[in-house]
Write a protein that binds this ligand. Structure first.
Ligand code: ZN
Length: 139
């Protein structure tokens, strides 16, 4: 079995945002030379997510509205977590519901995604560098 590890770093200029990272994940799979196996992609920070869904701007706007309804950023005083002096209590909750990681099968050296499936980085407390881990295992 072969292994390949790589990190991506994102610094979003805004507090929240979604980035389609499918090209970077596909590139890592190509660089690994692994034809049959699995790739794990996970956010390395507890206020960011990696998830799979459609690259459709209306859906992303729906996510933004839905997440703000569930866990609004303001007022920051509503979150016990923010008593630590932070203001990102909402971002931890948003990360929880959008997930930490995805696993995608690799078949014939390519990501074996379903129709319309794309891999996204979800940022909920941006404006600083944050990392995503890509770990590939297979033959
Ligand atoms: Zn925090």
């Amino acid at each position: 079995m072969r292994h390949h590890r790589q990190e991506l770093t994102f610094t979003l200029p805004t507090r929240r945002g979604f980035v389609n990272i499918t090209p970077q994940v596909a590139r890592a799979v190509a660089e690994s030379g692994i034809a049959e196996g699995m790739v794990l992609v996970n956010a390395m920070h507890i206020t960011a997510s990696v998830f799979i869904n459609d690259d459709e701007s209306g859906l992303h706007a729906d996510y933004e509205r839905w997440l703000e309804e569930l866990a609004p950023h303001e007022p920051v005083g509503r979150y016990a977590h923010n008593r630590t002096g932070e203001d990102n209590g909402d971002a931890h909750l948003k990360r929880q519901i959008m997930g930490r990681e995805v696993v995608v099968a690799i078949t014939g050296g390519k990501l074996d995604l379903g129709p319309w499936e794309q891999v996204f980085y979800g940022e909920f407390d941006g404006r600083r560098p944050k990392r995503v881990l890509i770990k590939i295992m297979g033959d």
